[in-house]
Design a protein around this ligand. Structure first.
Ligand SMILES: Cc1cc2nc3c(=O)[nH]c(=O)nc-3n(C[C@H](O)[C@H](O)[C@H](O)COP(=O)(O)OP(=O)(O)OC[C@H]3O[C@@H](n4cnc5c(N)ncnc54)[C@H](O)[C@@H]3O)c2cc1C
Length: 288
């Protein structure tokens, strides 16, 4: 949306195709976004950006783009029966967080009440000095539990599906932070008035907040379909102007390797928009 605002204000015609599965939409209240000292709900923030883009003429289309091909000056994107043509394409398709094994209605309620969280960088501050469970194991789980240990002394790492997969170094790191490792699987999650109760084979324990540290899947299928180079973790490889290896194809936000944060996505969107504008101007002068 940030790129769409820039591009529309460059007097370029812009279409934002969006399948409506933004991670930002899941944020109950972000408090680390500069300029919003009282916080803002992710859905409200998205609505503001959509309105801003619309004001300058960016078109918005709801749906999923299934395939993408072409190059600078001539891309074709297929979305069901629709075919969109564009001279340049920015992929800001994000990532999908793997979820703990809980019914989707409980997942939605836990997220909206801030009982389930996915991003300690974003909201670790909110769990300061409370009882926190991290669902995860291995390096990822250990890293996240250790990160949260700088907010609270009460961190428990619970394996999601079975016994923990922790090597000696990871166990030592957990021990040195007094982080308890509890084997899974997580058999049940119960939302309470002020927390979440998790049942494992070892019994039922209550926590103020649960963090999921289960990794994420990068939504880079369209980049791959268009022939762009992706890294081992499937992120499109970009230069310092967000250009992928395919001329005219750009990528920004969570889908690109980096800090998965709103401010970073917005910054990269701005950088990409300027690169798109200048690359198109080299293709054919932009004139009123
Ligand atoms: C619970 C939670 C809390 C968070 N809290 C914060 C916070 O407090 N502060 C902060 O800075 N960050 C926070 N984040 C991270 C933040 O949400 C992301 O960094 C940000 O949304 C990334 O923006 P993006 O545009 O790259 O991806 P997204 O916002 O995920 O948007 C990607 C969009 O691409 C669309 N899309 C994907 N594939 C297709 C396709 N094939 N066709 C059409 N559309 C497609 C999706 O529908 C989606 O709308 C949080 C994330 C979560 C999950």
């Amino acid at each position: 949306m940030a790129a769409a605002i820039y591009l529309a204000r460059f007097h370029l015609s812009v279409l934002v195709a969006d399948s409506g599965e933004s991670r930002a939409d899941l944020i109950p209240l972000t408090r680390n976004l500069a300029g919003f000292p009282d916080g803002i709900a992710g859905s409200d923030f998205l609505a503001r950006m959509r309105g801003q883009a619309k004001r300058y003429g960016a078109l918005q289309w709801e749906g999923k783009v299934d395939s993408l091909q072409g190059g600078l000056g001539n891309f074709l994107a297929q979305a069901g029966a629709e075919i969109f043509q564009a001279r340049a394409v920015l992929l800001a398709t994000g990532v999908f967080n793997r979820r703990p094994n809980m019914p989707s209605n409980i997942h939605a309620e836990a997220l909206s009440r801030g009982l389930l969280r996915y991003c300690p960088i974003c909201d670790g501050y909110e769990v300061t000095d409370t009882m926190v469970a991290v669902i995860g194991t291995g390096d990822h789980g250990t890293n996240e539990a250790e990160f949260l240990r700088s907010y609270t002394a009460d961190v428990t790492l619970i394996a999601p599906t079975g016994n923990h997969e922790l090597d000696e170094v990871q166990r030592t790191r957990l021990d040195s932070g007094a982080i308890e490792a509890v084997d899974g699987p997580c058999l049940d999650f119960e939302l309470m008035q002020h927390g979440v109760a998790i049942t494992t084979p070892a019994g039922r324990r209550s926590f103020a907040t649960v963090y999921a540290a289960l990794g994420s899947d990068v939504r880079s299928e369209l980049a791959t379909a268009a022939g762009a180079e992706v890294s081992r973790d499937r992120c499109p490889v970009v230069d310092s102007h967000q250009r992928t290896s395919v001329a005219g194809l750009y990528a920004a936000g969570d889908v690109v390797r980096g800090l998965d944060q709103l401010s970073h996505a917005i910054g990269q969107g701005g950088v990409a928009a300027v690169a798109i504008r200048n690359d198109l101007a080299r293709l054919a002068p932009l004139r009123r």
